[in-house]
Write a protein that binds this ligand. Sequence first.
Ligand code: AMP
Length: 307
Amino acid sequence: MSLLVIGTVAFDAIETPFGKTDKIIGGAATYIGLSASYFTKNINMVSVVGDDFPADGIANFHKHGINTDGLQVKQGEKSFFWSGKYHNDMNTRDTLATELNVLADFDPVVPAAYQDCEYLMLGNLMPKLQMRVLDQMTTRPKLIVMDTMNFWMETAWDDMMKVIARVDVLSVNDEEARQLSGEYSLVKAAQKIMAMGPKFLIIKKGEHGALLFHKDQIFFAPALPLEDVFDPTGAGDTFAGGFIGHIAATNDASFENMKRAIIYGSAMASYCVEKFGTERIIGLTAEEVEDRVKQFVDLVQFDMTLV
Ligand code: AMP
């Protein structure tokens, strides 16, 4: 099934307790697209970069089967830049810089061929731009998943709420769920957020896994305990890519299938954090992906007889 992905395509500079990078390729749509490419084929990306973005970065999208007709390249402008520094726990980070650059006056244009995509992943981006893309869809996608972050809660609350009201699944981390709902309990937060529009809510808890809420049902998936976590950047987006990629591939947006999608997303995220940036999620083999998924299944499987 066809999948449309929007979000940032960016340069990131990352600092973790294990090292520091210069500008490397990142961005929400980058991680989502690469991750989804392990599950589904017809992936279309809508985003923007400046002329500083390397041609081999775009070639890499093509190698992963991602169509970039909707990726605008603005001559004489600079790509979106984000810089962050992780604390020792690797679960929390400070944003050191967010330079919108080419994003500041970006008008996303969804090519006609993508306007009826069955699955839509609204990756992290200005809510106004997420809305622009939603408005260009000629047929409502079977499933719309949205990711956002605290930055937009602080700078574009009203626009963000309008987008949230129109999506099926919202994906945020625990801190963002609390900020969005004003509730500390994640169960209460989920109820309040689902009342804002989305029928499903994913709350990511970093190394503590992820929760999926739907009506009064809750599913929990752990994160794989890893020996080395090098760089968590993009883990949330990589998770989202695996999630929507599996759903698009199976063309099944039921709660039961979303549970499997969460496991695929978690498996991809566990690869993402093993190296800096996108390094580890480029060129994985199908066997490597399956191996990780199997480790998840083994991690949580146990026999129990209930009386
Ligand atoms: P994650 O670690 O999953 O939150 O994603 C990190 C990625 O999000 C980085 O590659 C950044 O380029 C990108 N990013 C950071 N801040 C923003 C923002 N305000 N809007 C969109 N993308 C962002």
